[in-house]
Design a protein around this ligand. Structure first.
Ligand code: COA
Length: 166
């Protein structure tokens, strides 16, 4: 009975094309599978991460992770650490992945917009393996490029800056 209730609750939460947080073991397994499909590599340590996703007909078709320790991958000795840490981002977005069957339907945009509603400031990066549309999505959503290193760009968004611009 408990299992039926859990499945029912999970099903009810997985409204098609709505962004939901991925919290159950089943949802996390689906997120890992989608990440592996899209990035074709191992998932890094996700201990301090939360994941969000969009379902279509029971399938997880879009996902993104949010690192709640956004500066953990930056080494303090790194010259650029200060440039990023001064921004004091609440979280960093990583691993935004949309199944190739569901691209160009606004799902990545929707995921990032959702995170802008959940977190006051966000860091997000693009690199040589990022799909070209991600830089445009970031700019459209008000993220500003704050650091360029080789082919990597870090973008930053803060709700405070948006209010100042109004
Ligand atoms: C990058 C990625 C996440 C984008 O996902 P997506 O859901 O296709 O993104 P969106 O639909 O929000 O936006 C993509 C494009 O579709 C357009 N679009 C959005 N809604 C649309 C719609 N309803 N109809 C047609 N086009 C649409 C957007 O304007 C955007 O256009 P542009 O590239 O010309 O600027 C996806 O391509 C992906 O998983 N790539 C591989 C992994 C990757 O690179 N991840 C990012 C790492 S930084």
């Amino acid at each position: 009975m408990k299992l039926i209730m859990e499945n029912w609750r999970q099903y009810m939460n997985e409204e098609d094309e709505e962004v939901i947080e991925l919290t159950t073991d089943d949802q996390k397994a689906k997120a890992a599978a989608l990440e592996t499909l899209v990035f074709k590599g191992p998932t890094p340590n996700t201990k301090h991460h939360r994941s969000f996703g969009i379902f279509d007909d029971g399938d997880l078709v879009a996902m993104t992770r949010v690192n709640l320790r956004p500066l953990s991958s930056w080494k303090k000795k790194d010259d650029d650490y200060d440039k990023v840490s001064v921004l004091d981002p609440v979280a960093a977005i990583s691993a935004t992945a949309v199944n190739p069957t569901h691209r160009r339907r606004g799902f990545a945009t929707k995921l990032k917009k959702h995170l802008q509603g959940e977190f006051g400031s966000l860091l997000t990066g693009t690199g040589p393996k990022s799909h070209e549309s991600m830089a445009r999505i970031n700019l459209k959503l008000g993220f500003k490029p704050v650091l360029r290193r080789g082919k990597n760009t870090q973008y930053f968004w803060s709700s405070g800056e948006e209010e100042e611009e109004d």
